[in-house]
Design a binder for this molecule. Structure first.
Ligand code: SF4
Length: 356
Protein backbone atom coordinates (compact mmCIF):
# COMPACT_ATOMS: atom_id res chain seq x y z
CA UNK A 1 0.00 0.00 0.00
CA UNK A 2 3.07 2.30 0.00
CA UNK A 3 5.25 4.05 2.54
CA UNK A 4 4.01 6.39 5.28
CA UNK A 5 5.20 9.30 3.13
CA UNK A 6 3.41 8.08 -0.01
CA UNK A 7 0.19 7.54 1.91
CA UNK A 8 0.33 10.99 3.49
CA UNK A 9 1.02 12.70 0.18
CA UNK A 10 -1.89 10.82 -1.40
CA UNK A 11 -4.08 11.97 1.51
CA UNK A 12 -3.10 15.59 0.82
CA UNK A 13 -3.80 15.12 -2.90
CA UNK A 14 -7.28 13.76 -2.12
CA UNK A 15 -8.01 16.70 0.21
CA UNK A 16 -6.82 19.17 -2.35
CA UNK A 17 -9.15 17.71 -5.00
CA UNK A 18 -12.08 17.97 -2.58
CA UNK A 19 -11.38 21.22 -0.74
CA UNK A 20 -14.72 22.77 0.21
CA UNK A 21 -14.13 25.65 2.58
CA UNK A 22 -11.56 28.33 1.84
CA UNK A 23 -10.42 29.84 5.18
CA UNK A 24 -11.21 33.54 5.78
CA UNK A 25 -7.59 34.73 5.57
CA UNK A 26 -7.07 32.96 2.26
CA UNK A 27 -10.24 34.52 0.88
CA UNK A 28 -8.97 37.93 1.94
CA UNK A 29 -5.61 37.29 0.28
CA UNK A 30 -7.28 36.28 -2.98
CA UNK A 31 -9.50 39.33 -3.11
CA UNK A 32 -6.57 41.77 -3.05
CA UNK A 33 -4.30 42.02 -6.05
CA UNK A 34 -2.04 44.87 -5.00
CA UNK A 35 0.92 43.40 -3.08
CA UNK A 36 1.37 45.94 -0.26
CA UNK A 37 -2.32 46.17 0.47
CA UNK A 38 -2.66 42.38 0.37
CA UNK A 39 0.24 41.87 2.79
CA UNK A 40 -1.21 44.43 5.23
CA UNK A 41 -4.68 42.90 5.15
CA UNK A 42 -3.42 39.32 5.41
CA UNK A 43 -1.28 40.27 8.40
CA UNK A 44 -4.16 41.96 10.22
CA UNK A 45 -6.76 39.29 9.48
CA UNK A 46 -4.32 36.53 10.51
CA UNK A 47 -3.84 38.22 13.88
CA UNK A 48 -7.62 38.55 14.23
CA UNK A 49 -8.17 34.90 13.29
CA UNK A 50 -6.40 33.40 16.33
CA UNK A 51 -8.99 31.79 18.65
CA UNK A 52 -11.78 33.12 16.45
CA UNK A 53 -14.36 31.43 14.23
CA UNK A 54 -13.76 31.85 10.52
CA UNK A 55 -17.09 33.61 9.88
CA UNK A 56 -16.28 36.16 12.60
CA UNK A 57 -12.76 36.75 11.23
CA UNK A 58 -14.18 37.46 7.79
CA UNK A 59 -16.92 39.80 8.98
CA UNK A 60 -14.66 41.72 11.40
CA UNK A 61 -11.84 41.97 8.84
CA UNK A 62 -14.19 43.53 6.29
CA UNK A 63 -15.41 46.04 8.88
CA UNK A 64 -11.86 46.83 9.99
CA UNK A 65 -10.55 47.38 6.46
CA UNK A 66 -13.20 50.02 5.78
CA UNK A 67 -11.66 52.13 8.53
CA UNK A 68 -8.01 50.94 8.58
CA UNK A 69 -6.15 51.00 5.28
CA UNK A 70 -2.56 51.77 6.29
CA UNK A 71 -0.24 51.47 9.34
CA UNK A 72 -0.79 55.22 9.91
CA UNK A 73 -4.51 54.56 10.40
CA UNK A 74 -3.60 52.07 13.16
CA UNK A 75 -1.49 54.68 14.89
CA UNK A 76 -4.21 57.34 14.63
CA UNK A 77 -7.18 55.32 15.83
CA UNK A 78 -8.09 55.32 19.53
CA UNK A 79 -7.51 51.94 21.18
CA UNK A 80 -11.09 51.86 22.49
CA UNK A 81 -12.49 52.45 19.03
CA UNK A 82 -10.24 49.71 17.66
CA UNK A 83 -11.55 47.37 20.35
CA UNK A 84 -15.12 48.17 19.29
CA UNK A 85 -14.24 47.60 15.64
CA UNK A 86 -12.73 44.17 16.13
CA UNK A 87 -15.21 42.90 18.73
CA UNK A 88 -16.14 39.95 19.02
CA UNK A 89 -12.87 38.30 17.88
CA UNK A 90 -11.16 36.28 20.63
CA UNK A 91 -8.97 38.38 22.98
CA UNK A 92 -10.07 41.56 21.21
CA UNK A 93 -8.60 43.84 23.89
CA UNK A 94 -5.15 42.27 23.71
CA UNK A 95 -5.32 42.23 19.92
CA UNK A 96 -6.27 45.91 19.82
CA UNK A 97 -3.13 46.68 21.85
CA UNK A 98 -0.97 44.56 19.52
CA UNK A 99 -2.46 46.20 16.44
CA UNK A 100 -1.67 49.69 17.78
CA UNK A 101 1.95 48.68 18.45
CA UNK A 102 2.10 46.92 15.10
CA UNK A 103 1.21 50.14 13.28
CA UNK A 104 3.99 52.01 15.09
CA UNK A 105 6.58 49.34 14.42
CA UNK A 106 5.74 49.01 10.74
CA UNK A 107 6.27 52.76 10.33
CA UNK A 108 9.37 53.06 12.51
CA UNK A 109 11.26 49.94 11.42
CA UNK A 110 9.86 48.81 8.09
CA UNK A 111 9.06 52.04 6.20
CA UNK A 112 5.33 51.45 6.64
CA UNK A 113 5.44 48.12 4.77
CA UNK A 114 4.81 44.56 5.92
CA UNK A 115 8.18 42.76 5.90
CA UNK A 116 8.61 39.88 3.54
CA UNK A 117 10.78 37.45 5.51
CA UNK A 118 9.75 35.26 8.40
CA UNK A 119 12.76 36.50 10.35
CA UNK A 120 11.44 40.10 10.23
CA UNK A 121 7.78 39.21 10.55
CA UNK A 122 8.24 37.49 13.90
CA UNK A 123 9.71 40.72 15.32
CA UNK A 124 6.27 42.31 15.02
CA UNK A 125 4.00 42.36 18.09
CA UNK A 126 1.45 39.57 18.11
CA UNK A 127 3.20 37.72 15.28
CA UNK A 128 4.60 34.24 15.86
CA UNK A 129 5.87 31.70 13.34
CA UNK A 130 2.34 30.57 12.49
CA UNK A 131 1.15 34.06 11.54
CA UNK A 132 4.48 34.89 9.90
CA UNK A 133 4.38 31.81 7.70
CA UNK A 134 0.83 32.55 6.65
CA UNK A 135 1.82 36.07 5.58
CA UNK A 136 4.84 34.70 3.68
CA UNK A 137 2.70 32.19 1.77
CA UNK A 138 -0.63 33.98 1.32
CA UNK A 139 0.52 37.55 0.92
CA UNK A 140 3.85 37.15 -0.87
CA UNK A 141 3.35 33.70 -2.40
CA UNK A 142 6.79 32.67 -1.09
CA UNK A 143 7.59 29.29 0.46
CA UNK A 144 6.60 28.83 4.10
CA UNK A 145 4.81 26.20 6.16
CA UNK A 146 2.15 27.45 8.51
CA UNK A 147 1.78 24.89 11.30
CA UNK A 148 -1.09 25.33 13.69
CA UNK A 149 -2.64 22.83 16.07
CA UNK A 150 -4.53 21.01 13.25
CA UNK A 151 -1.48 20.60 11.01
CA UNK A 152 0.59 19.47 14.01
CA UNK A 153 -2.00 16.92 15.16
CA UNK A 154 -2.84 15.43 11.77
CA UNK A 155 0.77 15.11 10.56
CA UNK A 156 1.58 13.25 13.78
CA UNK A 157 -1.59 11.17 13.62
CA UNK A 158 -0.55 10.03 10.14
CA UNK A 159 2.93 9.22 11.58
CA UNK A 160 4.49 11.46 8.96
CA UNK A 161 6.41 13.18 11.75
CA UNK A 162 6.97 12.45 15.42
CA UNK A 163 6.98 15.73 17.32
CA UNK A 164 5.71 17.31 20.51
CA UNK A 165 5.00 20.94 19.49
CA UNK A 166 3.83 22.84 16.38
CA UNK A 167 7.27 24.54 16.23
CA UNK A 168 9.03 21.16 16.11
CA UNK A 169 6.52 20.03 13.49
CA UNK A 170 7.31 23.00 11.28
CA UNK A 171 11.03 22.20 11.41
CA UNK A 172 10.44 18.52 10.60
CA UNK A 173 8.06 19.37 7.76
CA UNK A 174 10.62 21.77 6.31
CA UNK A 175 13.00 18.79 6.11
CA UNK A 176 10.71 16.25 4.51
CA UNK A 177 7.54 17.74 3.01
CA UNK A 178 7.84 18.20 -0.78
CA UNK A 179 7.69 21.89 -1.64
CA UNK A 180 4.54 21.50 -3.70
CA UNK A 181 2.62 21.08 -0.42
CA UNK A 182 4.24 23.85 1.61
CA UNK A 183 1.84 26.66 0.80
CA UNK A 184 -1.31 24.56 0.75
CA UNK A 185 -0.92 22.18 3.71
CA UNK A 186 -2.37 24.65 6.21
CA UNK A 187 -5.48 25.33 4.14
CA UNK A 188 -6.05 21.61 3.58
CA UNK A 189 -5.54 20.40 7.13
CA UNK A 190 -7.21 23.27 8.99
CA UNK A 191 -10.41 22.70 7.06
CA UNK A 192 -10.24 18.93 7.51
CA UNK A 193 -9.08 19.18 11.11
CA UNK A 194 -12.05 21.34 12.04
CA UNK A 195 -14.68 19.30 10.23
CA UNK A 196 -13.53 15.68 10.46
CA UNK A 197 -10.04 14.83 11.71
CA UNK A 198 -10.69 16.78 14.92
CA UNK A 199 -9.03 16.09 18.31
CA UNK A 200 -11.57 13.27 18.71
CA UNK A 201 -11.66 12.21 15.06
CA UNK A 202 -14.95 11.58 13.27
CA UNK A 203 -13.56 8.67 11.26
CA UNK A 204 -17.05 7.57 10.22
CA UNK A 205 -17.32 10.81 8.19
CA UNK A 206 -13.98 10.27 6.48
CA UNK A 207 -14.00 9.15 2.85
CA UNK A 208 -13.30 5.40 2.46
CA UNK A 209 -10.35 6.17 0.17
CA UNK A 210 -8.77 8.16 3.04
CA UNK A 211 -9.65 5.62 5.72
CA UNK A 212 -7.92 2.84 3.88
CA UNK A 213 -4.66 4.83 3.86
CA UNK A 214 -4.87 6.20 7.42
CA UNK A 215 -2.58 4.50 10.00
CA UNK A 216 -4.64 5.86 12.87
CA UNK A 217 -7.82 4.31 11.52
CA UNK A 218 -6.03 0.99 11.02
CA UNK A 219 -5.08 1.01 14.72
CA UNK A 220 -8.60 1.91 15.86
CA UNK A 221 -9.94 -0.99 13.82
CA UNK A 222 -7.25 -3.33 15.20
CA UNK A 223 -8.20 -2.43 18.77
CA UNK A 224 -11.91 -2.93 18.03
CA UNK A 225 -11.13 -6.40 16.64
CA UNK A 226 -9.27 -7.40 19.80
CA UNK A 227 -12.13 -6.14 22.00
CA UNK A 228 -14.59 -8.13 19.95
CA UNK A 229 -12.46 -11.29 19.82
CA UNK A 230 -12.31 -11.61 23.61
CA UNK A 231 -15.79 -10.33 24.27
CA UNK A 232 -14.75 -7.17 26.10
CA UNK A 233 -17.50 -4.83 27.27
CA UNK A 234 -17.03 -1.15 28.00
CA UNK A 235 -18.17 -0.40 31.54
CA UNK A 236 -18.52 2.64 33.74
CA UNK A 237 -16.57 3.26 36.95
CA UNK A 238 -19.69 2.59 38.98
CA UNK A 239 -20.54 -0.66 37.28
CA UNK A 240 -17.45 -2.87 37.61
CA UNK A 241 -18.47 -6.55 37.76
CA UNK A 242 -17.80 -8.51 40.95
CA UNK A 243 -16.21 -11.28 38.86
CA UNK A 244 -12.86 -12.62 37.73
CA UNK A 245 -11.52 -11.62 34.36
CA UNK A 246 -9.23 -9.52 32.21
CA UNK A 247 -9.40 -5.75 31.88
CA UNK A 248 -8.05 -2.99 29.66
CA UNK A 249 -7.65 0.58 30.85
CA UNK A 250 -7.49 3.28 28.17
CA UNK A 251 -5.51 6.16 29.63
CA UNK A 252 -4.91 9.59 28.15
CA UNK A 253 -1.77 11.56 28.91
CA UNK A 254 -2.26 15.19 27.91
CA UNK A 255 1.38 16.16 27.90
CA UNK A 256 4.83 14.59 27.90
CA UNK A 257 5.82 13.41 31.36
CA UNK A 258 8.97 12.00 32.87
CA UNK A 259 7.64 9.44 35.31
CA UNK A 260 9.57 7.45 37.89
CA UNK A 261 8.23 4.03 38.80
CA UNK A 262 10.14 1.75 41.15
CA UNK A 263 13.80 2.13 40.24
CA UNK A 264 13.00 3.21 36.69
CA UNK A 265 12.38 6.55 35.07
CA UNK A 266 10.87 6.94 31.62
CA UNK A 267 9.66 9.69 29.31
CA UNK A 268 6.03 9.12 28.40
CA UNK A 269 4.78 10.80 25.24
CA UNK A 270 1.41 12.50 25.13
CA UNK A 271 -1.34 10.28 23.72
CA UNK A 272 -3.28 7.15 24.61
CA UNK A 273 -2.03 4.17 26.60
CA UNK A 274 -3.77 0.79 26.77
CA UNK A 275 -2.98 -1.27 29.85
CA UNK A 276 -3.92 -4.95 30.00
CA UNK A 277 -4.31 -6.59 33.40
CA UNK A 278 -6.24 -9.42 34.97
CA UNK A 279 -7.82 -10.25 38.30
CA UNK A 280 -8.39 -13.97 38.60
CA UNK A 281 -8.51 -14.39 42.37
CA UNK A 282 -11.61 -15.42 44.31
CA UNK A 283 -11.75 -12.14 46.17
CA UNK A 284 -9.12 -10.21 44.24
CA UNK A 285 -11.47 -9.84 41.29
CA UNK A 286 -12.15 -7.12 38.67
CA UNK A 287 -14.17 -4.96 41.03
CA UNK A 288 -11.45 -4.98 43.67
CA UNK A 289 -8.49 -4.64 41.27
CA UNK A 290 -9.88 -1.91 38.99
CA UNK A 291 -11.33 -0.17 42.04
CA UNK A 292 -7.79 0.01 43.43
CA UNK A 293 -6.45 1.61 40.23
CA UNK A 294 -9.24 4.19 40.32
CA UNK A 295 -8.70 5.30 43.92
CA UNK A 296 -7.18 8.76 44.27
CA UNK A 297 -5.37 7.77 47.48
CA UNK A 298 -4.05 4.39 46.23
CA UNK A 299 -0.69 3.08 47.35
CA UNK A 300 1.60 2.93 44.35
CA UNK A 301 1.95 -0.81 43.92
CA UNK A 302 1.93 -1.66 40.22
CA UNK A 303 3.89 0.30 37.60
CA UNK A 304 0.64 1.36 35.95
CA UNK A 305 -0.41 3.20 39.11
CA UNK A 306 2.43 5.68 38.58
CA UNK A 307 1.17 6.48 35.07
CA UNK A 308 -2.39 6.74 36.38
CA UNK A 309 -1.22 9.50 38.71
CA UNK A 310 -0.72 11.72 35.64
CA UNK A 311 -3.16 10.39 33.05
CA UNK A 312 -6.93 10.20 33.00
CA UNK A 313 -8.90 7.04 32.33
CA UNK A 314 -10.90 7.33 29.09
CA UNK A 315 -12.27 3.81 28.95
CA UNK A 316 -12.56 0.63 31.04
CA UNK A 317 -13.12 -2.65 29.20
CA UNK A 318 -13.66 -6.01 30.89
CA UNK A 319 -13.87 -9.60 29.72
CA UNK A 320 -14.73 -12.58 31.90
CA UNK A 321 -12.05 -14.64 30.11
CA UNK A 322 -8.57 -15.35 31.50
CA UNK A 323 -6.75 -13.88 28.48
CA UNK A 324 -4.34 -11.23 29.78
CA UNK A 325 -1.26 -12.39 27.83
CA UNK A 326 -3.24 -13.27 24.69
CA UNK A 327 -4.71 -9.76 24.61
CA UNK A 328 -1.26 -8.24 25.19
CA UNK A 329 0.10 -10.31 22.30
CA UNK A 330 -2.78 -9.27 20.00
CA UNK A 331 -2.31 -5.59 20.86
CA UNK A 332 1.38 -5.72 20.03
CA UNK A 333 0.74 -4.05 16.65
CA UNK A 334 0.73 -0.91 18.85
CA UNK A 335 3.96 0.47 20.29
CA UNK A 336 4.76 -1.51 23.48
CA UNK A 337 6.17 0.20 26.56
CA UNK A 338 8.83 -2.35 27.45
CA UNK A 339 9.09 -3.91 30.88
CA UNK A 340 5.78 -2.45 31.91
CA UNK A 341 3.36 -4.69 33.73
CA UNK A 342 4.96 -7.96 32.60
CA UNK A 343 6.80 -9.15 35.70
CA UNK A 344 5.25 -12.62 35.94
CA UNK A 345 5.10 -13.60 32.27
CA UNK A 346 7.31 -13.56 29.19
CA UNK A 347 5.40 -10.81 27.34
CA UNK A 348 7.45 -7.79 26.24
CA UNK A 349 4.81 -5.51 27.65
CA UNK A 350 1.24 -5.16 28.83
CA UNK A 351 1.16 -1.42 28.15
CA UNK A 352 0.74 -0.04 24.64
CA UNK A 353 1.00 3.45 23.24
CA UNK A 354 -0.93 5.17 20.48
CA UNK A 355 -0.76 8.81 19.41
CA UNK A 356 -3.88 10.85 19.97
S1 SF4 B 1 -9.75 8.08 9.26
FE1 SF4 B 1 -10.01 9.21 11.16
S2 SF4 B 1 -7.96 9.65 11.86
FE2 SF4 B 1 -7.82 9.09 9.71
S3 SF4 B 1 -7.90 11.02 8.58
FE3 SF4 B 1 -9.99 10.25 8.74
S4 SF4 B 1 -10.80 11.22 10.57
FE4 SF4 B 1 -8.59 11.43 10.68
Amino acid sequence: MGTVEEKFHTFLDILSRNLKNMPAVERISRSNRELEERAFKVLLSTILSARTKDEVTLEVSKRLFQRIKTPEDLVDIEEKELERLIYPVGFYRTKAKYLKKLGEMLIEEFQGKVPRTLEDLVKLPGVGRKTGNLVVTLAYNDYGICVDTHVHRICNRWEYIDTETPEESEMELRKKLPKRYWKIINTLLVDYGKRICSPIPKCHLCAPEIRKLCPYYEKIKGIEEVLEKYNFKKISRTNIPDKRGTYILKIKLKEVKNISYGKNRRRFKRGYYFYVGSAMGESNNLKRRIGRHLREDKKLHWHIDYLLNYGSIKGIYVSEKDVECEVARDLSFLEGVEGFGSSDCSCRSHLFYMKS
